[in-house]
Design a protein. Structure first.
Length: 560
């Protein structure tokens, strides 16, 4: 197999595969999620590695569901994972597989190990198995059932399969070495009794394989050549190799890489599920969640996720990636692709007192994306009454505040210069309306006499504005590592109470009446926003903030 030079930075996995391909090896990988929850951004890194290397070297990548734990699996997750994989830009063609497809073959191979005297049925309880296992400093002890005859083991294993015994009463264990320095080789469990119907197979099985046993068998059956796993499986590799060598079947090469850890985030499906089940988030696709469905709903483009995964690279050392870098990758993509529009999320009414009452329709040309001239322009209506952001006016502005104040002049984006001549307050002293004058000679935002202003404000015509709900999302956790190793506190204690805020009565320019639900827009000066895929409609618009405009990563690195 020949592969074109990728031009990508070298890493240890690419080097291994390049050398193997040079020696005539083919490249066949797999992405093996468990259907017990939704995928998160950590799985995106694994996807980029599994599918990415297969594509780079002209190989194949399977999508395989490791559905060996029926108590936690559901077809809903299978369907959601397939949507996520496709959304991220990958395809498995006709290679969709399930571990449960191989249950019969796995059972046959387990019987083969029993016949070879390499596996036995054990009656120890889970607690006793842990006790007998020993520790890193103490050898394990042999199970009292370790020397059962092959005939008795075969009989008991078949009866386990048919459901004769209760959950937890028996296991099938590999017979390896109870004194091995690697605890994973101390007679690991291969099968356990689980009297729970499988979401695909119903009640046809009452024994289910452990992942350690199933993993290598699945890879072997599918002809996988490179089994790419995260570092959690490094200590399990000797067991992976032992099973395949004892069975003398196709033996893929397992290679481990550092998983993705992201600051201000948790990457455990179990912990994410606890947030969903406790109602601390609305669901798996809550826009604050690091799940791919949540990121998609929030408006994060898949290109940004792939760019982020490529930027952090592939290493053998676990580390914490800065969420600011991820946000920078999101902004970098959206800055080039997002259409610009104007929206006011905390509206303050502005009356242009010298604007003609009977003025004909006044439409101004607005640029759709200054980064992409091919995006063209659109028409934005102007009228006597406008809305600006409340934060863009102060009665007594400080020295470095250059926006509107009494007697001050500013530019309205794409429109005119206006000067504040008066303001109206309610009984509580809150400013509820500004009275301004406009200079008709400054149409388009430039003064013929050459005078300058220090601020340009976005605005929306009150007559043409669309009322909308805008939802502001922020980081879900306040602590950089909410589930840091050694921290015994509940990670949920670090939830950010201000991670979600819904603003009603926001004013949007009329072009957003038929906003494309698959497009993320830049609300000028405010950030990037996407129509909510669940609650948005043309009658009741709802926009989620994808991300703000402020790029702390680029600023820290001296980028513009």
């Amino acid at each position: 197999m020949n592969a074109e030079p990728s031009g990508k930075p070298q890493n240890f996995i690419r080097e291994i595969i390049e050398n193997s391909v040079a020696g005539g090896a083919s490249v066949h990988t797999r992405f093996p999620p468990e259907p017990n929850g939704h995928l998160h951004i950590g799985h995106a890194k694994a996807m980029c590695i599994d599918f990415g290397f297969a594509k780079e070297f002209g190989g194949k990548c399977n999508l395989r569901f490791d559905d060996t734990n029926p108590a936690k699996e559901d077809m809903e997750y299978v369907e959601a994972i397939q949507r996520d994989v496709r959304w991220l830009g990958f395809d498995w063609d006709d290679r969709l597989f399930f571990a449960s497809d191989y249950f019969e073959r796995m059972f046959e191979l387990a019987v083969e190990l029993i016949r070879k005297g390499k596996a036995y049925v054990c009656d120890q309880t889970p607690e006793e198995i842990r006790e007998y296992r020993g520790s890193l400093t103490e050898p394990g002890r042999k199970s009292p059932f370790r020397n059962r005859s092959i005939e008795e083991n075969l009989d008991l294993f078949e009866r386990m399969r048919t459901g004769e015994f209760e959950d937890g009463s028996k296991t099938l264990r590999a017979k390896i070495d109870m004194t091995a320095p690697n605890l994973n080789l101390r007679d690991p469990v291969m099968y356990r009794i689980v009297r729970f119907d499988h979401y695909r197979l119903g009640d046809s099985w009452r024994v289910y394989p452990t992942y350690d046993w199933a993993h290598g068998i699945e890879d072997s059956i599918e002809g996988i050549t490179f089994s790419l796993c995260d570092l959690d499986f490094e200590n399990h590799r000797p067991l992976y190799d032992w099973f395949l060598s004892e069975l003398d079947i196709h033996h893929p090469r397992q290679i481990e890489f550092a998983r993705l850890n992201l600051s201000y985030t948790v990457m455990s499906k179990r912990k994410l599920m606890s947030l969903v089940e406790s109602g601390m988030v609305s669901d798996w696709d809550d826009p604050r969640m690091p799940t791919l469905s949540g990121l998609r709903r929030r408006g994060v483009p898949p290109e940004a996720i792939r760019s982020f995964c490529e930027t952090i690279g592939v290493t053998k050392v676990n580390s914490l990636s800065d969420i600011a870098l991820f946000e920078h990758c999101v902004r970098d993509v959206l800055n080039k692709t997002a259409p610009r529009v104007m929206a006011v999320i905390d509206p303050l009414k502005v009356v242009i007192v010298n604007y003609p009452e009977d003025a004909a329709d006044d439409e101004l040309d607005a640029v759709n994306n200054p980064e992409d001239p091919s995006a063209g322009t659109r028409k934005v209506p102007f009228s006597k009454t406008l809305y600006i952001e409340r934060s863009d006016f102060m009665i007594d502005p400080p020295k470095k505040f250059f926006r509107l104040g009494p007697g001050r002049e500013v530019r309205l984006r794409y429109a005119y210069f206006i000067r504040c001549v008066d303001y109206v307050q309610n009984e509580e002293g809150e400013v509820v309306e500004l009275r301004c004058e406009y200079d008709p000679e400054t149409r388009g935002g430039n003064a013929p006499d050459g005078r300058k202003v220090k601020a340009t404000l976005h605005w929306v015509s009150a007559e043409h504005a669309i009322d909308a709900e805008v939802r502001l999302y922020d980081r879900l956790f306040l602590k950089e590592r909410p589930d840091a190793p050694g921290d015994d506190s509940d990670f949920r204690e670090y939830l950010n109470p201000d991670s979600f805020k819904a603003l009603c009565g926001c004013k949007l320019e009329p072009s957003l009446k038929n906003a494309d639900p698959d497009i993320t827009y830049q609300f000028e000066r405010l950030g990037y926003f996407r129509p909510d895929c669940v609650d948005h409609s043309s009658e009741s618009p709802v926009f989620n903030r994808t991300i703000s405009l402020r790029d702390s990563w680029a600023k820290a690195k001296g980028k513009t």
